[in-house]
Write a protein that binds this ligand. Structure first.
Ligand SMILES: NC(=O)c1ccc[n+]([C@@H]2O[C@H](COP(=O)([O-])OP(=O)(O)OC[C@H]3O[C@@H](n4cnc5c(N)ncnc54)[C@H](OP(=O)(O)O)[C@@H]3O)[C@@H](O)[C@H]2O)c1
Length: 273
């Protein structure tokens, strides 16, 4: 029960920080939180949830074109890629944000909405990984940012000889084969109310990818905590297995997909234990 209370407090903190908080959110949040508390307290059975495979000891080398490297998840992705000895080509609007990585990564400076910048980023890479998302400072300019950037990436991939695109998405995005439990339903309903335009963008991004012929994976995440790897995350193709996932575990999972390719053209939900 204490876990349920912690989860509910976290959600309330997150929800009240949303700029778009309106009366429906204030009315429905307590009801939905009560549902989530029940789901946690009853330890809803997570059908289809499995653990990741064990970590490989050695890895085939990759050169990763990384979008969103300056963000919260992006930092974990850079670390995870470097730990495996991969070459990282990171896009940054503000390179100084990546100063801590020094010469260990190559920085391509520019805005992801510019197709020429994306073409430059992809040069010499063999996979694209994106943790790019809307930032408040961009205001309306960030509307449909993921769809815009994914369209640019899809256009640039053939000329760069890249067929693999892995991106961080949200647990509220719907895909064929979903079978949401109470937790999954609650997460989707909350996002529809509080993150409506971001959800529309992520759903449209999925539609673009589904229409393409590239090997994409959209990793559908609930709340992402800025915490390191602790244990292999739970994965499900049906419903979010937890209310939150640790960024370090998400990053390891994404790096594993570069070799495993277990979820090509699929949208696995991730959650932490
Ligand atoms: N955090 C969560 O709880 C959560 C939950 C589910 C899904 N997600 C999704 O996971 C992804 C990563 O989340 P996060 O929390 O790490 O986000 P974040 O910290 O806000 O990072 C967003 C990243 O996108 C970059 N970006 C935005 N617009 C750009 C543009 N026009 N050109 C170049 N770069 C641009 C930002 O660069 P600047 O530094 O230059 O602004 C930053 O690196 C997002 O897609 C988010 O929607 C997050």
């Amino acid at each position: 029960m204490s876990k349920a209370i912690t989860v509910t407090r976290s959600f309330l903190h997150w929800a009240t920080s949303l700029r778009s908080l309106q009366w429906p959110l204030r009315t429905l949040v307590p009801i939905l939180c009560a549902s989530l508390m029940l789901a946690c307290a009853a330890q809803v059975k997570q059908e289809g949830a499995t653990a990741t495979t064990t970590h490989a000891k050695s890895y085939r080398h990759h050169t990763v074109a990384l979008l969103g490297a300056t963000g919260m998840v992006g930092g974990y992705l850079v670390e995870a890629a470097l730990q495996r000895g991969y070459t990282v080509r990171a896009l940054a609007r503000t390179p100084a944000k990546l100063a801590r990585f020094g010469s260990r990564i190559t920085i391509i400076t520019g805005d992801a909405r510019d197709p020429a910048v994306i073409r430059k980023l992809l040069q010499g890479s063999d996979a694209v990984v994106s943790a790019l998302g809307p930032v408040k400072a961009d205001g309306d300019a960030s509307r449909f940012i993921n769809t815009t950037v994914t369209r640019n990436v899809l256009e640039a991939m053939p000329a760069a000889g890249i067929s693999l695109y892995i991106a961080v998405s949200g647990a509220a995005v719907v895909m064929p084969g979903d079978d949401r439990n109470l937790l999954g339903w609650g997460i989707r309903t909350l996002a529809q109310i509080g993150l409506h335009s971001a959800l529309q963008d992520k759903q449209a991004e999925y539609a673009l990818l589904a229409d393409s012929d590239v090997n994409w994976t959209l990793v559908r995440c609930p709340l992402i905590d800025s915490k390191p790897f602790d244990s292999s995350p739970l994965i499900s193709l049906k419903t979010p297995p937890a209310f939150r996932v640790r960024a370090g575990e998400l990053a390891q999972f994404i790096m594993e997909q570069l070799d495993n390719r277990n979820f090509v053209r699929q949208g696995p939900f991730l959650g932490s234990r």
